[in-house]
Design a protein around this ligand. Structure first.
Ligand SMILES: Cc1cc2nc3c(=O)[nH]c(=O)nc-3n(C[C@H](O)[C@H](O)[C@H](O)COP(=O)(O)OP(=O)(O)OC[C@H]3O[C@@H](n4cnc5c(N)ncnc54)[C@H](O)[C@@H]3O)c2cc1C
Length: 426
């Protein structure tokens, strides 16, 4: 009934997760029938945080994470790796603390189907995992079909690097191999997408790398939008630190990217063709495919949730946390995912143990490094309203800030990275 073809397996785990050695895939542990069972699909910021907070609070809940990767490379700070400020190792984390210190059963496999009525998850290597509550946190998948000529295969030549790991390393290698005087073309995606400031921070980090190593090079940004997050701050930084290097072309100028040709390294907009030395093509996005398979997505490809708990609007035993969810005004960020996970964990504990459920409060801050010791940030606090998650207060860095404040903001981001990765992976 659940026959899995190689193609289907690959499409479920995505390109970044294909390196799992068959011999290292552990069979899921048999869970005690006496314990209530929480199964979490995905071991990223959303899934790992939810699992850790439930496991930490209730020893009588058996918590399992299903995640194909043995090591998780964070997308956050992956731009700093491209810029030369971080190594790949420093943004890569394992699951051993979650298993050893929190008793979480980490199953390195892929969830290929969910039987919502029978409350069980089908695993790629065979077998079912039964649950009392399910958390679905697969992050994003690419809508490859929105750009003619783009595909998982094409992304090995023109990487999106929007799921960190192999893709990010490929982009970095391409930058290193590029000639001085080459053209880096980036195609940021349309809304909504993972990490709204991410493409523009990446422009800064690539510009920093090129200015330092290949100063005759150029950057062209073919945007699918006419405006973007922290725009004034990024454009200030481009002028101040990388003057003359970056050309940003909004959708109203080009009509947006329509097609790519990986043989000729060309990118086609409505009326013009751009030749790239290195092309970073980031297509439109949707919730990770298992969310759709589980019947949790709306027509727009994302998962609607109850704003007071992150409970799926499609299935009351299931929660959707992180990028895959529709969290209204909250951006798709690791900070948001980590914050939503704590709200979901509280609601799950209330369901499974009868503990008190608190009003839902959320928080997000997105820092961006724009040059050495120059950081900017945007953030907000939120509360779960009747229909959606509402903003209760917000802030943003200002243009023209003093250098010491910017240096402090950049340093604050380093502290945040250390703190949040500990909160996610233990
Ligand atoms: C360049 C860039 C820079 C960023 N910078 C920041 C930043 O500075 N600050 C910030 O807060 N956020 C940042 N983000 C965003 C942040 O990385 C994401 O919002 C965050 O990773 C979302 O977490 P998630 O757990 O929802 O999804 P993910 O991190 O994608 O984790 C999902 C996990 O689910 C697994 N999975 C998928 N399908 C299945 C399946 N069928 N079975 C089992 N497992 C499955 C995947 O292998 C993956 O490990 C950035 C993103 C990018 C691309």
């Amino acid at each position: 009934m659940y026959k899995l073809t190689r193609r289907r397996f690959a499409s479920l785990i995505g390109a970044s997760a294909t390196g799992v050695a068959a011999s290292s895939l552990a069979a899921p542990a048999v869970l005690s029938a006496a314990k209530s069972r929480l199964v979490v699909i995905g071991g990223g910021p959303a899934g790992a945080t939810t699992a850790r907070y439930v496991a930490k609070a209730a020893k009588d809940v058996a918590v399992t994470i299903i995640e194909p990767k043995h090591h998780f490379t964070t997308c956050f700070f992956s731009n700093l790796y491209l810029g030369g400020f971080r190594t790949l190792e420093s943004i890569t984390h394992g699951y051993s603390t979650l298993a050893a210190e929190y008793g979480i059963n980490v199953v390195h496999d892929v969830a290929v189907d969910v039987d919502g009525a029978g409350k069980k998850v089908k695993l790629g290597r065979g077998g079912d995992l039964p649950y009392d509550r399910l958390v679905v946190t697969p992050g994003i998948d690419m809508r490859y079909d929105t750009i003619e000529g783009y595909s998982p295969e094409a992304s090995t030549v023109m990487p999106h690097a929007w799921q960190a790991g192999t893709q990010t390393a490929v982009l970095k290698q391409q930058l290193e191999a590029m000639e001085d005087g080459g053209t880096f073309v980036m195609c940021p995606p349309p809304n909504p997408f993972r990490c709204p400031p991410g493409p523009y921070e990446r422009v800064c980090m690539v510009a920093h790398y090129l200015k330092t190593n290949k100063p005759k090079s150029k950057i062209i940004v073919l945007d699918a939008k006419d405006k973007f997050s922290k725009q004034a701050l990024f454009q200030e930084a481009w002028a101040q630190h990388y003057d003359g290097m970056i050309e940003w072309l909004p959708k109203e100028v080009t009509g947006g990217v329509k097609a790519v040709n990986t043989d000729s390294m060309e990118i086609m907009t409505d009326g013009e063709t751009f030749k790239a030395s290195v092309a970073n093509v980031i297509p439109a996005q949707k919730a990770g495919v298992i969310a759709e398979r589980a019947g949790l997505t709306a027509d727009n490809g994302w998962c609607p949730i109850d704003p007071s708990s992150m409970r799926s609007k499609m299935n009351e035993d299931t929660f959707v946390v992180g990028d895959a969810s529709v969290a209204s005004a909250m951006p798709k960020s690791a900070f948001s995912a980590n914050s939503q996970a704590k709200v979901a964990a509280n609601a799950i504990l209330a369901d499974l143990t009868g503990s008190k459920k608190f009003p839902a409060k959320y928080r997000n801050t997105c820092w961006s490094l724009v040059a050495t010791s120059d950081g900017v940030k945007v953030g907000a606090d939120y509360a779960g309203g009747e229909e959606k998650i509402d903003v209760t207060s917000k802030f943003i860095s200002k243009t023209g800030e003093a250098a010491d404040l910017r240096a402090q903001t950049a340093e604050e981001a380093n502290g945040w990275y250390e703190g949040i990765t500990k909160d996610i992976f233990g």
